[in-house]
Design a protein around this ligand. Structure first.
Ligand code: MG
Ligand code: MG
Ligand code: MG
Length: 305
């Protein structure tokens, strides 16, 4: 494929998918040539709700990138989270709201990053900076991404910029944020249709630091005990994942989006990385007030390393 492609991380969430579609639209307008949105995995139920609502097409599935392929990364930078072959691709631009880690390029690039709650908040700024008008459909997709990443502006990752973007985008998309937001988040809590293996990989990130490999997976729910009914089978599959992916720790966080709490199944030979902060009983750590992997779970694991 010779066209420029844009994609978010593996196990894509609503931000990775919506920001890819939106960035492709913005870049197509800026460059005057077609930029193609892609994805590195299946879309989840929440994302599907957003794409259906705003009548957006699902991005094309790719697994790897060709040598010399020009790519734009959104919502990630770490090579453990991206497409195969990235080492030999040409990374043209990154728009992201995560730490920079496991990342290097052979050539100079554009890199737009800020510690905000969502990539789409930055894309909203980029439309403004480039004087490109935002169509309602793309406003709706950005809005969906921000609602998803910030759990309707309730996550501790939320910034003033995210709030401002939501306010402006809601006007353009003509959306009642509270109503649409809850419907969107709830669409992502229907977990019954997934197998345990799918649940664990629905929204999972692998991080590697000082030789320690950890995977932190997260699902949203309105009823944690309901998900924990499957604990035994989940544990079995988590242990398989640990063996397959050579992990030292797997944290499977089940997040209650209404009450803003999490409980996590914690397994692997380095459960102490969580255990130093939260008591683990029967492989479960109760985490009151914890909803953010990026701002709460990952920092505590890394602090304990
Ligand atoms: Mg993401
Ligand atoms: Mg994001
Ligand atoms: Mg997320």
């Amino acid at each position: 494929m010779s066209k420029v492609v844009v994609f978010g991380h593996k196990n894509p969430d609503t931000d990775s998918i919506c920001s890819s579609i939106v960035m492709a639209n913005l870049q197509t307008k800026i460059r005057g040539e077609e930029v193609v949105p892609c994805r590195l995995g299946e879309i989840n139920e929440e994302t599907k709700y957003a794409l259906d609502y705003f009548k957006a097409e699902t991005p094309k599935l790719i697994e790897k990138v060709e040598e010399g392929q020009t790519v734009i990364l959104v919502d990630h930078n770490e090579f453990t989270q991206t497409a195969e072959g990235i080492e030999n691709a040409k990374i043209d631009t990154v728009v992201d709201h995560h730490r920079i880690n496991n990342f290097h390029t052979a050539e100079p690039l554009s890199y737009y990053a800020q510690p905000v709650g969502c990539t789409s908040t930055l894309l909203y700024e980029l439309y403004t900076l480039n004087n490109v008008e935002i169509e309602a459909k793309y406003a709706g997709l950005m809005l969906s991404a921000i609602i998803s990443d910030t759990l309707l502006l309730k996550s501790p990752t939320t910034t003033e910029k995210d709030k401002k973007a939501v306010e402006e985008l809601a006007k353009i998309a003509k959306i009642d944020v509270e109503k649409y937001g809850l419907d969107l988040l709830k669409a992502g809590t229907n977990l019954d249709k997934y197998t345990e293996k799918q649940l664990i990989n629905l929204d999972a990130k692998i991080v590697e630091n000082s030789g320690i490999r950890c995977m932190v997976a997260q699902v949203n729910t309105v009823n944690i005990p309901d998900v924990l009914k499957r604990k035994e089978k989940l544990e079995e599959v988590i242990n398989q994942e640990i063996a397959e992916k050579e992990l030292d720790l797997l944290v499977f966080a089940i997040t209650d989006i209404v009450n803003s709490n999490s409980e996590a199944i914690v397994l692997g030979k380095r459960t102490d990385l969580v255990g130093k902060t939260f008591e683990i009983k029967n492989n479960i750590a109760v985490m009151p007030g914890v909803v953010s992997r990026k701002k709460q779970i990952l920092p505590l694991i890394e602090k304990n390393m």
